[in-house]
Every structure is written in C-alpha cells, then in structure tokens.
Design a protein around this ligand. Sequence first.
Ligand SMILES: [Zn+2]
Ligand SMILES: [Zn+2]
Length: 268
Amino acid sequence: MLIDCHMHTYLCGHAVGHPTDYVRAAAGRGLGMVTFTCHAPMRNEAVFRGPGIRMTIDELPEYRDLIAEAAQLGRELGVEVRYGIEGEYYPDERELHEHWDLLETEPFDFVLGSLHHQLPGFRAWLLAQGGPEEIATAYFELAAKALRTKRYDSIAHPDLIRIYGTIPPFAPESMEGPIRGMLEAAVESDTCLEVNTSGLIKQLFELHPAPTILGWAAELGVKLTLGSDSHHPDHVAQKFPEVTALLKQLGFTHLHHFKGRGRIEEAL
Ligand SMILES: [Zn+2]
Ligand SMILES: [Zn+2]
C-alpha cells in the first residue's frame, strides 16, 4: 500500500485546502493511509517566519482538531489519517530547544526534519561558509548533523540546496563526498530520508533527492519515506507510480512510515 507522508493544509498560509479535502483526494487515488505534516509552529518568527509560512503556536490545538476531524472522515472513506509535523533543523541549535521539546511532548505520529536554506538567517550562515562548493558541503554536513540528533523520523527533501538560488544548480556527482557523508549518517543514526515528489512539478526540476543520490542510498541501505509535499489537494500522491517504479529499478524493496513515532516497513 502506498502512503503519502508529507501533506500540508491551509494552516500553513501558503497551502490551500481543508484536511478533509486532502483525505477525499487520497481516497480517490486509492491511498489507504496518509500523514499530515504542516510546517511546525516556531516561537522565533524573526528567524523562522510566521503566518504565511507556518501556523502560530496558538494554532496548534486547531491543527490537532482538524486532523482528528479528517481522521473521522478517513474512517468512513477507508483512509487511515496520521498526525505528523514538518519540523526544522537550523545551523544554530540554540534556536531549536523549544522546538525539540514540542516534538517530544505533542503526540505526533511522524516528525519530518527540514533544512530550509531559503530562510534568511539560514542563507546568511551558508553564504558565510565560502563559495558554492563550501556552501553545498556545509549544507550536507548540517543534514548529517540533523540526522545524528535522532530528533526526526525522516529528513525531508534532503538535496533542497540544489534549488531556491542560495547557490547555482549543480550535479550531485560533483558533491559525491559530502552527499555520501549525509547518507552514511542516515544509516548510522537509523533515520530515514524522504523521497519528495514535489520537485517533479516545480519548474524544470527533478525528484528530491536526485536519482543519482537515490542510487547511492540504495547501495548503502538507506531507509526511505515517501511524500508528495502537497500544498493543494490535487497534489496528493503526485507522481507516485513513476517514482515507485524508479525506486524498484534502483534496488529498493521497501518504504517506511510511522505511527506513534514507531517505524513500520512496507513492501514496495
Ligand atoms: Zn510549505
Ligand atoms: Zn513540506
């Protein structure tokens, strides 16, 4: 059974649709299970942005209630609905302590970790590392650090640094060392990486991570979650048939999903 483990709702401000709309879309596409992962509320809005990007801390109970309502509809439609969140990793870990507390105390099923280098403070930190090669290296080293914290179940769109203009686009082959370092951290920390299909509908881009990176991940035995990163109900499970075919071709036999923060293996 395919499971979409990365979906947003209108609470994120830049996504549209009520959670029940996403569940109806999932049912229409034959999914038996979905996990909502709205952008986590962060107290320091100067660093992480607030409304328009993420819910406020005060809106978290509303999020919990909306997902419960969606789960109710899911029971009628045969779609299991899980309660997740897209968390943040950031170069200055002092910014993350309250966030990490929330990830522990809120009863999430699944926690994604994202390195959103387009945040102004994140970008400034990266730009201070040197040229494009140093910046990409620093990004993948940070992703490895995020994996080693073991505070996240899966790291979302692990090669996001390849888009959004912090550095010019580059081929994964040119950064094989640092990328393999990140993959090894995933294996050692027993944390998943996410295959994120949203890149396939963003301009001219491809899958996150790129197929080349997925080939190395298959070699090393990295465990994967799969998510559409839907910001619209129409995007639920986008490109899943093509991507699962690619994963099989690369040698993957399983995907993973989470319930109550526990990992479940699912044959591809
Ligand atoms: Zn978003
Ligand atoms: Zn997302």
